[in-house]
Design a protein around this ligand. Structure first.
Ligand SMILES: [Zn+2]
Length: 236
């Protein structure tokens, strides 16, 4: 292979890796914020459970006060029963007592429901609070791991960039700038193999004349369809 072409193939391999590592590094901040956001969501959910618990406790207190009011009204009316003069008065008072008793019984049912709900919510809240502690540690560990990865990738990247610099000085400036231009335009691949007489960049057939030119290895030959630089690998 033409030494320039060979160097360009090597350069492309380095560049593909540099692109890959750069992408990995640039993805890390997003991964870190996703971890933080998920944890924030979880914290919010736990706080919401606590809020719900507080609310139903207040609700329960109010219901208990309401119940006491009904009960003392019942007692009061029951005493009044002894003092009434007419049947009509007696019946009306008795009706009122019955209504109050029905109300009180409804409130008692309500309080029981709230107590059951409190138990369930308490259970869910405690579970959420315990998970929160564990997940906070997990999140911190994962972030630390990502930061370590980022550091390792950055070191790897600067090593490859150095390799790239050392390689590019060996390549003819014209060939290098042609490579750079095509790579930029084609978003990654500037040099492609001829495979089964096709350009492996765009899959179009390459004429035999052009293949012969490429095989001569005298100059950089481009695919007539996609303009990528072509190279030929002799079969062993
Ligand atoms: Zn092509």
């Amino acid at each position: 292979m033409n030494s320039n072409l060979e160097l360009l193939v090597n350069l492309q391999n380095i560049d593909i890796n540099i692109d890959k590592i750069t992408k990995q590094i640039s993805d890390i901040p997003q991964e870190v914020s996703t971890l933080k956001e998920n944890f924030e969501q979880e914290t919010k959910h736990t706080e919401e459970l606590k809020g719900e618990l507080d609310t139903i406790q207040i609700d329960r207190k109010n219901k208990e006060i309401e119940l006491e009011t009904k009960e003392s009204a019942i007692k009061k009316h029951q005493t009044e029963l002894y003092a009434v003069k007419t049947n009509k008065e007696y019946t009306s008072l008795q009706n009122e007592i019955n209504t109050l008793k029905k109300d009180a019984s409804k409130i008692e049912d309500n309080i029981l429901e709230i107590m059951e709900l409190t138990e369930q919510l308490n259970h869910r809240f405690k579970e959420a609070r315990n998970n929160l502690k564990k997940d906070e540690q997990n999140m911190k560990d994962e972030i630390k791991e990502l930061e370590d990865t980022q550091e390792a990738l950055s070191a790897d990247l600067s090593g490859r960039q150095k390799q790239r610099d050392e390689l590019t000085v060996k390549i003819l400036p014209g060939a290098l700038s042609r490579y750079e231009k095509i790579r930029k335009k084609k978003k990654g691949t500037a040099i492609v193999k001829i495979k089964d007489n096709n350009c492996s960049g765009c899959n179009m057939k390459i004429t035999l004349d052009l293949i012969n030119e490429v095989r001569k290895n005298k100059e950089l030959i481009c695919c007539e369809n996609c303009s990528r630089i072509l190279y030929w690998e002799e079969k062993e």
